[in-house]
Design a protein around this ligand. Structure first.
Ligand code: PEP
Ligand code: MG
Length: 756
């Protein structure tokens, strides 16, 4: 039995049950019979949420005496687990599940197999629908799908009959007052203040069962046409027309909008008897469930794009079109949303949109990339924020520390405003240093470069006055693309970056992908299954084996830098031969272009990142072959301390200003003395004042840092005397003080050097 026909036969009968004039309880009694019969299940039971507990409301097959008697907490037993996690369970032997609990009054001991699905309204479980069978057997996928479809229809019936109180559902209605501070995830830096505006009131699907299937199909077709027109129009907008990452973001978007598989699945859901709105939501539910099983953050980001489109489609089909963007923003706004699509964000008036708070969100999400380019601070991962804030409430967004304050009191407000003003003042002071070269007090020139990865970042070069781009993370282009970027596309980006850099040096790092930065289109590679991705099949390790990828990037870099100097750097080099192998790929491509009389780069400088400690042990062999070396302290520290850089539990455990790191770096610096290599640091460490001071003390003369920190590091450089700090550093390294950070801090303050 196909899923559509299984569900359809149940829905047809259910439709009659729902239309009948009987009492709600009688309807539920009929429903369990209909489902039990259709799925050939001895037991079918409905639990509904009442006073915070799941109460057995109707059953076929269990003891009738347990109706309205058996009650389970959310999270208790199999049924409670389904409600808590909003997940489906399908077990051939229920008793083997760790959460299994036996309720004697139900008489369920003789049933072995068990399947249950949540009944969901407003994204919360309001009940659970279960089936059970004597024989141990797993329910087939089509049967589970039918159950899920029926659960959707049941949600409507339950709502119409008023069987579950709004209080039990919870949600945005809760009126809260008073200040609340919530920690979230820093996604885009900056401070913002404004009134909360919900991006979109969720469309409530009022009717799930179709009266006329063909009419529903027609509605969906029309809605698809309209949605595609909207997306096409957006792609044509000036902002997207100029190329760059936005273009690629929208390309992914467009790919979903035109995805035949998606529209086919919606069509099949309509075949099962659902209305257009319910069919779209049903398909989306299924996709969400699948995605929950996949932990790849990149795929989850793409899922948000699809959610964005599905919501848009439901709004079009139901005629409930307005998002807050269409209504227009009346004042300075903090946009509040579960998640947003990049295109949706761009629909807002940029003068009024000050900040964004998301319930979800991750650093590589498209919307975050776009917000960063727009300069709008974003804090994410604030669960149920839509339940805690009401439209019009004042909200403070602090993207620097990753927290949000709802309805701030006067004290917080004044402190925030003072910080805001200070940040502005500082920014203005740093901006004044833009055209001033950073010399130390004793006349040493420190190169202050910036890190970049997106085309739009390059604009920061002239805004900050950085000396160039010391780390261009080329993998960003790959991360925001739906498919492997073509060689031409890569070359175009590199050419554009050099154009925008207007003669300043740019160091291109070849792709650092694989492991945790796995790309969907490189799926099924070993790297995806790495248990320890940071130490896995990543960066150059992957690139050297995926010769096609490496060759095409090498050609693109050589072509993109034709007539100009190419600075290329390889990530995660662990042994010298890896550098040789990577360089060989470039030299072969160079030869190829030379033979065909293509224009070549005016010079090529090869370098490596020092981020794997083993490389420090072979510098004597490697250095003579290099033009430059850049220390990647982000990875280096995680490998030196064996502490995952992405693990928040370890984020503050080890200090960059620890003797272990500083002595390690000191050794590297000494190994480079007298060698014809440029040495620099390109990890986050260099963008912090005290750490930058220590690095200068160790003899580092080139820092490549996040653009936002360029101004303050330039300002710091001008206050430092290199001889003084290196003398102090020699002393500290020989006999480390109890707390290196405090020692350095005191030293700086004595000399009037601000440390924050
Ligand atoms: C580093 O590891 O320090 C570095 C700069 O590279 P990434 O952060 O891209 O790994
Ligand atoms: Mg690194």
């Amino acid at each position: 039995m196909k899923a559509a026909s299984a569900a359809r036969s149940i829905l047809t009968t259910l439709h009659e049950v729902m239309a009948s004039r009987t009492h709600a309880q009688a309807k539920l009694n009929q429903v369990v019979e209909v489902i039990g019969e259709a799925l050939d299940s001895e037991v079918c039971t409905i639990y509904l949420l009442r006073d915070g507990m799941l109460e057995l409301y109707a059953t076929r097959g269990l003891n009738q005496a347990s109706v309205h008697v058996t009650r389970l907490g959310v999270g208790e037993g199999l049924t409670g687990t389904i409600a808590q996690n909003i997940e489906t369970l399908n077990l051939d032997e229920a008793a083997t599940h760790p959460e299994f609990q036996y309720r004697p009054e139900t008489g369920e001991e003789k049933f072995h197999s068990f399947a249950g699905v949540p009944i969901v309204r407003r994204e919360r479980a309001i009940g659970v629908l279960t089936v059970q069978h004597v024989e141990p057997r797993k329910y087939e996928e089509v049967e589970i799908e039918a159950l899920q479809t029926v659960a959707m229809v049941l949600a409507e019936l339950i709502n119409n009959a008023g069987l579950v109180d709004d209080e039990d559902i919870g949600g945005p209605a809760e009126a809260r007052t008073g200040q609340e501070r919530i920690e979230g995830l820093k996604l885009v830096k900056g401070l913002a203040i404004g009134q909360a505006v919900f991006h979109q009131p969720r469309v409530q699907i009022e009717q799930t069962v179709a009266e006329d299937t063909e009419a529903e199909r027609e509605r969906v077709y029309l809605a698809f046409d309209r949605m595609r027109e909207q997306i096409d129009a957006m792609t044509g907008q000036a902002e997207f027309g100029t190329g760059g990452e936005h273009e690629q973001v929208l390309a992914t978007y467009k790919m979903f909008a035109y995805d035949e598989g998606w529209s086919r699945r919606i069509n099949e859901a309509i075949d099962s008897g659902l209305t257009a709105e319910a069919a779209i939501e049903r398909v989306q539910q299924r996709t969400r469930m699948r995605m929950r099983e996949i932990s790849d953050p990149l795929l989850q980001d793409r899922m948000h794009d699809l959610e964005d489109l599905a919501n848009r489609l439901i709004r079009i089909v139901s005629g409930q079109l307005g998002t807050a963007a269409q209504k227009g923003l009346a004042h300075d706004t903090i946009l509040v949303a579960k998640n947003l699509g990049p295109a949706e964000l761009l629909e807002y008036d940029k003068r009024r949109l000050k900040g964004v708070v998301l319930e979800e969100g991750s650093l590589t999400a498209h919307v975050v990339i776009v917000a960063r380019a727009m300069g709008v601070p974003v804090v994410g991962r604030i669960r149920n924020v839509r339940g805690m804030v009401r439209e019009g409430d004042e909200v403070l967004v602090d993207g620097d520390s990753g927290c949000v304050t709802l309805r701030p009191g006067q004290g917080v407000l004044s402190a925030f405003e003072a910080r805001f003003a200070r940040a502005k003042e500082k920014k203005a002071a740093y901006a004044k240093l833009r055209d001033i070269e950073p010399f130390t007090r004793d006349g040493e020139r420190i190169e202050v470069m910036m890190n970049a990865g997106l085309r739009d970042d390059v604009g920061m070069l002239s805004m900050t006055g950085a000396d160039g781009i010391g780390l261009y993370r080329t993998e960003f282009q790959f991360l925001v693309s739906a498919a492997l970027p073509s060689r031409e596309r890569q070359a175009r980006l590199y050419r554009d970056v050099l154009d925008a850099a207007k003669g300043k040096k740019v160091i291109f790092r070849t792709v650092d992908i694989g492991g945790d930065k796995a790309l969907p289109y490189l799926a099924n590679e070993v790297g995806k299954e790495d248990e320890n991705p940071a130490m896995g099949w990543r960066a150059l390790r992957l690139a050297l084996e995926r010769k096609g990828l490496m060759k095409s990037q090498a050609r693109a870099l050589l072509e993109g830098c034709a007539g100009r100097e190419l600075n290329v750097m390889f990530p995660m080099v662990s042994e010298p031969w890896e550098f040789d192998a990577a360089k060989k790929v470039f030299e072969e491509q160079l030869d190829f272009l030379r033979k065909r009389k293509h224009q070549l780069p005016s010079a090529i400088r090869y370098g490596v990142m020092l981020e794997v400690p083993s490389l420090a042990e072979t510098l004597d062999q490697l250095l003579p072959r290099l033009s430059f070396i850049s220390i990647g302290t982000n990875d280096l520290t995680q490998f030196l301390f064996a502490a995952d850089r992405a693990n928040p539990m370890l984020a503050e455990r080890y200090d960059w200003l620890s003797p272990a790191i500083l002595r390690f770096l000191d050794r590297v610096v000494k190994n480079c003395v007298g060698m014809p290599v440029d040495l620099g640091v390109c990890g986050e460490m260099g963008g912090r004042r005290l750490e930058a001071l220590a690095l200068i003390g160790l003899g580092i003369r080139r820092l490549s840092i996040t653009p936002a920190a360029v101004g303050q590091i330039k300002e710091l450089v001008r206050k430092v005397d290199t001889k003084e700090i290196s003398e102090a550093m020699i002393g500290w390294l020989a006999s480390p003080p109890e707390n290196m950070r405090e020692a350095l801090q005191a030293w700086a303050l004595e000399r009037g050097i601000e440390v924050e």
